[in-house]
Design a protein around this ligand. Structure first.
Ligand code: B12
Length: 346
């Protein structure tokens, strides 16, 4: 009874996907070994918090003593297509950065979920991203999908443009069947990744991933990555775009494009002041890269673009003005290095 009520509540809260896994899942041991391997290979790049999380990810018990099950939810965000919104000589912007910050959207709904559970005598601990929980592993065990060759959790009906969140619970529920691999022999994502960031064993090497460099890396981007980044300025959807399970993209109402300003040409984006950046990213995930990251990424995209030489030069000069006003730190260093590289390349 409680199982079906909980699933119904998840749907009421707007989560299109919901599933349940049991706490005593023996597959956790392998998943933790995989995670430790990923960290040991240095695939987390500068994201040190991921290394620190290893121990807790192996022991959800420490996050919620006496936990017995986990409810995993998925929220679709694939509204619109960044491809069709891109102007000629414009920027590519990943779908997830265009909408509201998912930590907020998913997190707020999970808190409401936890309160609803509490009122029914169930103690829970919500997680979305920042908590030390193996989100994708648990979601695959709860039947939300399978870990694809591009490392994304893919659902047969919804594709992979969905966020994952969940709650650890102190009650036992009826568990769902784990997801089954449907990638078959398809290697489209591996072949399409311009920086060769996807390994044969379904890991992402963050130090090569465009999504990592445009958003998470606050400093200098390696030249080999800059040269292969094309016009992506915020995240990257290439390995999802080529995935047959995302064709067509399943729309998610909660994450409609918030601001069409990013559809402008790169030369126009280069003229943005710090104030313009702030105004245009208010409340949306894109703000995470900060103005210094934006300036750096626009410089890289400009260098890679087919913008005519004179206009490109003027835009890079404009970016130089913005960089000179940046405070000293990793952000400024990264933007400066990108600008110097762009000037050499043009
Ligand atoms: C760090 C991080 C990144 C890093 C590293 C990505 C990576 N693939 O490892 C960077 C910055 C590159 C990144 C990029 C993106 N990210 Co990110 N990221 C995370 C974060 C915070 C941690 C991921 C992590 O721990 N990676 C280490 C690997 C080893 O762990 P894992 O991905 O959980 O994989 C496990 C399974 O593969 C498992 N496993 C278990 N059994 C089995 C069995 C088999 C057969 C296999 C193969 C694997 C397997 O083994 C691993 C360890 O348990 C998660 C949120 C979270 N807390 O989990 C979001 C998360 C993975 N990101 C997300 C998104 C949306 C993205 C981007 C699409 C954003 C964008 N458009 O730019 C890209 C996609 C890149 C990609 N192809 O994965 C979503 C993914 C949703 C989904 N449907 O899968 C998440 C879950 C955030 C969320 N709450 O929704 N991200």
């Amino acid at each position: 009874m409680l199982t079906s009520e909980i699933k119904e509540k998840a749907r009421q809260l707007g989560f299109e996907l919901v599933g349940i896994a049991a706490a005593d899942d023996p597959a956790l041991i392998d998943a933790v070994a995989r995670y430790s391997d990923w960290v040991a290979r240095g695939y987390g790049a500068t994201m040190d918090y991921l290394r620190r999380h290893t121990e807790l990810k192996a022991q959800p018990e420490k996050l919620l003593p006496g936990w017995k099950s986990v409810v995993c939810v998925g929220l679709l965000y694939g509204a619109g297509s960044s491809e069709s919104q891109k102007a000629e000589n414009g920027a590519e912007v990943s779908l997830y950065t265009r909408g509201a910050d998912y930590h907020e959207v998913v997190g707020t709904r999970l808190v409401e979920f936890a309160e609803w559970l509490q009122a029914r005598g169930v103690t829970s601990r919500p997680f979305v991203d920042s908590e030390p929980v193996l989100d994708r592993f648990w979601a695959s065990r709860a039947g939300l999908g399978w870990i694809g060759r591009n490392a994304m959790l893919i659902n047969r009906k919804a594709g992979s443009y969905f966020f994952i969140g969940g709650l650890l619970l102190n009650v036992a529920l009826d568990a769902d069947e784990p997801g089954i691999d449907h990638c078959g022999r398809c290697r489209k994502c591996i072949e399409a990744c311009p920086t060769v960031a996807i390994t044969e064993d379904r890991f992402i090497e963050s130090g090569k991933c465009i999504a990592y460099h445009t958003i998470e890396n606050r400093g200098v981007v390696p030249e080999s990555v800059m040269a292969a980044t094309g016009s992506w300025i915020a995240g990257c959807d290439i390995c999802q775009r080529v995935c047959p399970w995302n064709d067509p993209v399943t729309p998610g109402p909660a994450f409609e494009t918030k601001n069409p300003a990013f559809n402008a040409e790169l030369t126009a984006l280069a003229r943005w002041s710090a104030g313009d950046f702030k105004a245009n990213t208010a409340g949306i995930a894109m703000g995470r890269m900060k103005f210094s990251g934006f300036v750096r990424n626009v410089a890289i995209a400009l260098a890679n673009s087919a913008v005519p030489a004179a206009a490109k030069s003027a835009a890079l000069d404009q970016l130089e003005v913005s960089v000179s006003a940046l405070p000293v730190g990793a952000g400024r260093e990264g933007a400066l290095a990108a600008l110097e590289w762009a000037k050499r390349k043009k």
